[in-house]
Design a protein around this ligand. Sequence first.
Ligand SMILES: Cc1ncc(COP(=O)(O)O)c(C=O)c1O
Length: 380
Amino acid sequence: MSHLFPNYARDEIDLVDGSGSYVFDQNGTKYLDFMSGIAVSNLGHHNPQVMQALAEQASKIWHSSNLYTNNLQELVAEKLTMGKDYLAFFCNSGTEANEAAIKLARKATGRSKILSFEHSFHGRTYGALSATGQPALQAGFFPIVAGFEYLPYNQLEPLKQQLDENVAAVMLEVIQGEGGIIPADKKWLQAVAKLCKENGSLLIIDEIQTGMGRTGTFFAFEAYQIEPDIITLAKALANGIPVGAMLGKKELADSFGPGSHGTTFGGNNLAMSVADTVVSEINQPEFLAAVTEKGNYLMEELTKVTEASEKAVAIRGKGLMLGIELNSAETLQQTIQDLKAEKLLAIKAGINVLRLLPPLTISQEELAAGVEIIRSVLLG
Ligand SMILES: Cc1ncc(COP(=O)(O)O)c(C=O)c1O
């Protein structure tokens, strides 16, 4: 009998080891990892640079306190802000990064309303859950935080109607991940950014799943030529060591003065030493170009499979964040099980979307092997 709350529908495999793009279960069965712990292990498993950074810091201090100067945080913040006018706040998870973003937006603007989108996912704590436009996830947990409204994604008119002087922020994912791998339309997102600016509302971009090179640029929003006021990150930031970050424009600094917000663990030395290495590894033109190249290959090959398969309806996404929409939720469940039987792990998004998130370090041979397995399952 399990001693755990049944809040996860867990598969029976227990992944006890990993190496590069492969993971191993408790019986020693080897799987090709096409989910990366839900976009966390972007540098693969047992990455030598990450292991070294962790081991070096583990032999020094793991945790000091945010009551003291932390040069490792300064180092990571400098790398994440990339010479632009942003400051960083570090926490432990995606939901906490979004909590910080919501609090900062309300305090800085003195306004209360936050507009987010249907099918969005921003986390499970009350603020982030309140921003999440999925009624099923909020059911039973009312009252949620007041002041959140959900609009249709990729539609401008409803946003124009709601964007008034009470709106502190508009919050969105550039590609909705949990919601079903739904990319933002470029013109729409650029218009949203412009409207926010005109209205004095902040634009919060949730890069928790799309960031850290996943779509072929360090942040997914870079491909849209917009400048968010606030950016949130987590998941792959330390390749599996829990950490989150909120980046915000420098002019918002006064709203997060001493005592305004905080966390015990956030940005501790162990997490920051790993994050420093991860950011340096990913944020290199050659690395990001390779992600784009691999993503294009995967999209090209799987488009052919999607077109030929009776089970598949459409394919969407960018870089190494792809979703194949299947013809039903049942087909999706069966497909995930069939892929697992063929030793490939992939997960669901939305109701009927097969989500593919291989490590960004995956080799061409491993990608091709994955394509073959997906082809055999979807055309079988
Ligand atoms: C876009 C997005 N935002 C926020 C979160 C919440 O992150 P965490 O689970 O680390 O709290 C997730 C997690 O899946 C996510 O995909």
